[in-house]
Design a protein around this ligand. Structure first.
Ligand code: THU
Length: 137
């Protein structure tokens, strides 16, 4: 099954009773394993989690911290791009990943994540600072 088809399947499980905006995501790790995610809306709205982050957290919690691709499925045209928070989360675990932004009509836009999050903040920036602090700087 293609990564876009995996995102389409994940979208079927979207829990979006408040917005009605159903999103499916699928991320692929460096060894080829695919993890699905859907948006999960919560009655106290701010606790909602986007499909992309659900997919990334599932991958990382199963030990897959290097991601190479992410497909996102919605029913809007042009296909939706990930929100800002998801861009950062995706970037932390796959700065070189390929994004496949798709919709139910078969439109699919491919682009590097870096195009969506140029000049990203990175884990290295935090880790360098921590290293310097523990080195006595
Ligand atoms: N949503 C996602 O799942 N991914 C995004 O990148 C943008 C928004 C969800 C969150 C919420 O459940 C619904 O879409 C409307 O914002």
């Amino acid at each position: 099954m293609s990564l876009v088809d995996a995102a389409r399947e994940a979208r079927l499980r979207a829990h979006a009773p408040y917005s009605g905006f159903r999103v499916g995501a699928a991320v692929q790790s460096a060894d080829g394993t695919v993890f699905h995610g859907c948006n999960v809306e919560i009655s106290s709205y701010s606790h909602t989690c986007c499909a992309e982050r659900v997919a990334v957290f599932k991958a990382v919690s199963e030990g897959h911290t290097e991601l190479v691709a992410c497909a996102v499925m919605t029913d809007v045209s042009p296909p939706a791009t990930p929100c800002g928070a998801c861009r950062q989360v995706l970037h932390d675990f796959g700065p070189d990943m390929v994004m496949l932004l798709a919709n139910l009509d078969g439109e699919c836009v491919e682009m590097p994540l870096k195009a969506l999050l140029p000049d990203a903040f990175t884990p290295a920036q935090v880790l360098e600072k921590i290293k310097a602090r523990h080195g006595g700087a």
